[in-house]
Write a protein that binds this ligand. Sequence first.
Ligand code: SF4
Length: 365
Amino acid sequence: MTGIYIHIPFCMQKCRYCDFVSFVGRKHLMRPYTDALVRQIQQSPPVKADTVFIGGGTPTVLPAECLERILYALNERFDISPQAEMTTEANPGTLDKDKLEVLRRYGINRISLGAQSMSDSELGLIGRIHTAEEVRTGVKMLRDAGFCNINIDLMTALPTQTEKSLSNTLEQILKLSPEHISCYSLIIEEGTPIFEDYRSGRFRELDEEQDRALYRQVCGYLAQNGYSRYEISNFARPGFECRHNIKYWQGDDYLGLGTAAHSYIDGVRYRMTANIEEYINDGFDRLDEQKLTKEDKMSEFMILGLRMDIGVSRAEFKERFSEDIEERFHLEKFINGGFMKYEDGRYAFTDKGIDVSNAILCEFV
Ligand code: SF4
């Protein structure tokens, strides 16, 4: 079955590190955008789906009535399995009772809440709109509304973050008892305000070893508290791994709707325009359409699959590509170097390999 991704490109304020396709000050476009999205949904092939992910931007800045129209159209058009995982991203400070009631009524059963840190000073430095207290209130609202599958997004390598402040963030987050935690390192993208903060010397970038130390701290703390790492940056209690994201890492099909959304269907990848006005005027053309070659698919099988702790299956590689994985890729050197292991028919990174995973994954391109 397919995964469906819906992009909602609006935010209340631009975070200082953000280079996603998300717009602020375009409230007047929310309804026309919803109209266009509903039209695109209605014109899409009526695929069977077992995961839906509404991301952004901040989907919960949309008025309840817009969320309802999008969810109604989704449920009408697509054959969504009754057991589907249906996620919406949300930010603290953008939730209210009406919106949560609409999300629940139309089958949303998982919320991914962007917390990033529980230090108000760190949150301020990266331009988040909320405080730590609002994260706590947000989770309480979600629980009261009946959500029993909550992800919390965290970040490491934040300006001024220390082991102690990270430890405090982790402690605070665990008190909220989320089922899933994602934790990514801050990436300083050129063109963002935070890039200037670092360039001007306002903040000092962490070196590789300091960055890895914070990552290891997160892994250790979460492991001790019942969260298994199942992907380099994702941790879950048993049974709460994100099924939608696993589709990406396993190379399964997904249909992306909305401005800047990407799709991968039957070996073809394409994207929608990132120009919101163009999209609103029915700009639903497939851009940068690319049919993946066998070589592309083999590379992606490795690059995405090795992100997961279970790694990649030797038998599945053979079945998909009619070749032995070892003939195509020189995995032995990684095994000999202690960067990978081979167990139960699968190749996977060791902890030592995860530390240098970016460099190793480049070798599969
Ligand atoms: S909330 Fe997310 S999408 Fe919106 S500006 Fe911040 S990082 Fe970007």
